[in-house]
Design a binder for this molecule. Structure first.
Ligand SMILES: [Zn+2]
Length: 257
């Protein structure tokens, strides 16, 4: 069974500094062929590149400025992102978006940084990985400014309604990133996903966060993606192998690996 973790921050030394080798060993044993590593800001680039360089066929860096890192110095941060793209290729722009859960101070700047980076993705024909927290209307308003035939990517950590799925499908070529949240007892996602075809789903962990049951409460890691795949199989009434095959194909198509 081949799986792809489309969203993992296992490169963060603060969380995985001591046992990264074991984490990598476990994800290989779980059948995780590719791991996509979204950037956060200028402080995380080196450690992300370092993990990618250790095994470039398996670990793939994405470049972008995370919305919770959009502060007074966001223009300088965006320049760092632009310089990185001038220096080398990346397989996507991420993670980018708007997050109004933690802090609304920089809502205008967050939208501006998001749109600047969507532009960057379009100019390079790259997919975007969107972080959207308490900001769905804002994200939709931003994306509607672009030519939808040029937009493709992932709504990372999707947790919305059936109506949101409908809106997302009208914005461009988008997939829903599903993680451990779907395994939580009170999650409303299973009911929503019943009506979303597997062709529109990709798997992710968002390690070290959002750990699936039965590991909930502990640090998340890419190997645990298996539990999310199993839960989706249960929801859709299909085998876990089919979920793996389909979501892997989707991720390969999005990131062109
Ligand atoms: Zn993330």
């Amino acid at each position: 069974m081949n799986l792809i973790d489309t969203h993992s921050h296992i490169y963060l030394k603060e969380d995985f500094g001591e046992d990264l080798e074991l984490v990598v060993e476990r994800l290989k044993q779980a059948g995780v062929e590719h791991v996509f590593l979204p950037n956060i800001d200028s402080s995380t680039i080196d450690e992300m590149h370092e993990l990618e360089a250790a095994e470039p066929g398996r670990f793939h860096a994405l470049m972008g400025l995370h919305p919770t890192s959009v502060k007074e110095n966001y223009k300088e941060e965006l320049e760092v992102v632009a310089r990185c793209f001038e220096a080398r290729d990346y397989c996507g722009v991420g993670e980018i978006g708007i997050d109004l859960y933690w802090d609304k101070t920089f809502v205008k700047e967050q939208a501006e940084a998001f749109e600047t980076q969507v532009d960057l993705a379009i100019s390079r024909s790259l997919p975007i990985v969107i972080h959207c927290r308490e900001a769905f209307p804002e994200i939709v308003a931003s994306l509607r400014k672009f030519d939808k035939t040029k937009l493709r990517g992932i709504f990372h950590s999707f947790g919305g309604s059936a109506d949101d799925v409908e809106v997302i499908s009208s914005l461009g070529d988008f997939w829903l990133g599903i993680n451990g949240v779907v395994t939580f007892k009170k999650s409303t996602l299973p009911a929503v996903l019943e009506n979303v075809p597997l062709e529109r789903l990709v798997l992710e962990t968002d390690s070290p966060y959002l750990t699936p049951v039965p590991h909930r409460g502990r640090r998340n890691e890419s190997a645990y993606i298996v539990h999310t795949a199993q839960k989706i199989a249960e929801i859709k009434g299909v085998t876990v192998e089919l979920v793996a095959q389909c979501t892997t194909q989707n991720a390969e198509k999005i990131f062109e690996v």
